[in-house]
Design a protein around this ligand. Structure first.
Ligand SMILES: *Cc1c(COP(=O)(O)O)cnc(C)c1O
Length: 369
C-alpha cells in the first residue's frame, strides 16, 4: 500500500554547498587540526547560544560532559543525580569520571527531570546534578539551581538536544556551572561530530582546555594527565556555517510542531511550559496507556503503511541498561519508555510531508482506539 510514496525520514542532517565550501577552505589551507576555525567557532557559539559564557569545543558531546564534570572535580565516590529517561551518554559520562549516576524520575508532561525527585535523592555523597533538556524542552532550571545551591552541589546541563532553547528568558547552558551541547549529525545543528562546553567560570574553561589537550596550556609543559579530545578545524568550519543557519531551522521546527499541535488527534502532544522556549529536537507524542508492543506496532504502521519514519527515544530506561542495572522505582520513566514516539519535525519536511504525517498518525490512532 502506498509503496510509491517516499519515506519521510525521522531525522535528516542538512549539509549544503556552504558547508562544503567551508571544508574546502580549511583543506586548502593545509592546517586541518585544531586551530583558528575552532577558536572562531567557540567565540561565535558563545555569542549566539551561550549568553557570552566561555565555550570550549571538543570532539563530541560525550567528551564535553566527561571533561566538563572532571573539571568540576567529579571523581570516585561522587554521586551525580541524573534522569533515567535520557540517552545513555548522560550517565556514561558520570561513570567514566569514576562517579556514580543516581537515577531519578521525570515529569510526565515535559519529560524533563523532576526537581522534587532530585531533592529526595540527595545523600552526603552527592556532588552534582546533571539535568537534561530532553527533546529540546528546557528542564526546570530555576528550581534545580535553587536545590543545588541549598545543598552545595554543582549543576552540569546536558543541552545536547537544546541549542537555542530558553527557560524564563535565559538560554539553556547558562544556568549551571557548566553545560554541554552536542554537534552529532542528527542534533539541531552539526559539525559532523563535536561538542561544545559552556563554562560558568574561567577556571572551569581552563580545566576543560587542559584536559582536551594532554593537560597542556603551553606546548610540552603538561600540567595534568589529559586527553586528546580536540575538535578539528574541518569540523569547526562545518559548525560555523550551521550555527548561522540554526535560527531559521529552529523557527521551522517550531512551526512544524505548532502544526502538529493543532492537527494531531488520538495521541498526547508534548506539553510546553509557559517559561519554556522549546526547540523541538524531537516532537514526541505519547500513545497513552499503550504497552511497549502496542507503541511499537503504532510505529511499524506509520513506517510500513504510511512511509512516515519515526523513532523511539528511549525504549530502555538507562538505569535498566546492562551497564548500570540498578533497582530504582521510576514509574514515570517506565511509562514513557513504553508510550513515547517521536515524529519527524526537522526542517527538511515539507508542508505536504506535515499533512501526510498528521493524516498517518490520526489514521493509525483511530484504528487502534
Ligand atoms: C546526543 C546526546 C549526547 C551525546 O552527544 P554526542 O555528541 O553524541 O557524544 C548526550 N546526551 C544526550 C541527551 C544526547 O541526546
Amino acid at each position: 500500500m502506498n509503496s510509491e510514496r517516499t519515506m519521510i525520514p525521522p531525522a535528516k542532517p542538512i549539509i549544503g554547498q556552504d558547508e562544503r565550501d567551508a571544508v574546502d577552505r580549511v583543506l586548502a589551507s593545509g592546517m586541518v587540526a585544531q586551530g583558528p576555525e575552532v577558536a572562531a567557532f567557540e567565540q561565535e557559539f558563545s555569542a549566539a547560544l551561550a549568553g557570552g559564557r566561555e565555550v570550549v569545543a571538543v570532539n563530541s558531546g560525550t567528551s564535553g560532559q566527561h571533561l566538563g564534570m572532571l573539571g568540576l572535580g567529579l571523581g570516585a565516590g561522587g554521586e551525580v543525580i541524573v534522569p533515567s529517561f535520557t540517552f545513555a551518554a548522560t550517565a556514561n559520562s558520570v561513570a567514566v569520571c569514576g562517579g556514580t549516576p543516581v537515577f531519578v524520575d521525570v515529569d510526565p508532561e515535559t519529560f524533563t527531570v523532576d526537581p522534587a525527585a532530585i531533592e529526595a535523592a540527595i545523600t552526603e555523597r552527592t556532588v552534582g546534578i546533571q539535568p537534561v533538556h530532553l527533546y529540546g524542552h528546557p528542564a526546570e532550571m530555576d528550581r534545580i539551581c535553587a536545590i543545588a545551591e541549598a545543598h552545595g552541589l554543582w549543576v552540569f546541563e546536558d543541552a545536547a538536544q537544546a541549542h537555542g532553547a530558553s527557560w524564563q528568558g535565559s538560554p539553556v547552558g547558562t544556568f549551571g556551572d557548566g553545560a554541554m551541547y552536542s554537534l552529532y549529525p542528527t542534533k539541531n545543528m552539526t559539525s559532523g561530530e563535536g561538542g561544545m562546553v559552556a563554562c560558568g567560570t574561567a577556571e572551569l574553561a581552563r580545566q576543560v582546555r587542559l584536559l582536551r589537550n594532554q593537560g597542556m596550556e603551553t606546548q610540552y609543559a603538561n600540567e595534568v594527565a589529559g586527553y586528546n579530545n580536540r575538535m578539528t578545524d574541518i569540523h569547526a568550519a562545518i559548525g560555523r556555517v550551521q550555527l548561522g543557519k540554526l535560527p531559521a531551522w529552529t523557527t521551522t521546527r517550531q512551526q512544524n510542531a505548532a502544526y502538529f499541535d493543532a492537527h494531531l488527534r488520538g495521541v498526547v502532544a508534548p506539553v510546553v511550559r509557559e517559561a519554556a522556549s522549546h526547540v523541538y529536537h524531537q516532537y514526541t507524542v505519547r500513545i497513552e496507556g499503550a504497552s511497549a508492543a502496542e507503541r511499537d506496532a503504532f510505529a511499524t504502521a506509520l513506517r510500513e503503511e504510511h512511509q512516515v519514519g519515526c523513532g523511539v527515544y528511549y525504549p530502555t530506561p538507562v538505569h535498566r541498561l546492562a551497564t548500570f542495572r540498578v533497582e530504582r522505582d521510576l514509574p514515570v520513566t517506565e511509562m514513557l519508555a513504553r508510550e513515547v514516539l517521536s515524529l519527524p519535525v526537522h526542517p527538511s519536511i515539507s508542508a505536504e510531508d506535515r499533512e501526510r504525517i498528521v493524516e498517518a498518525v490520526n489514521t493509525v490512532a483511530r484504528a487502534g482506539a
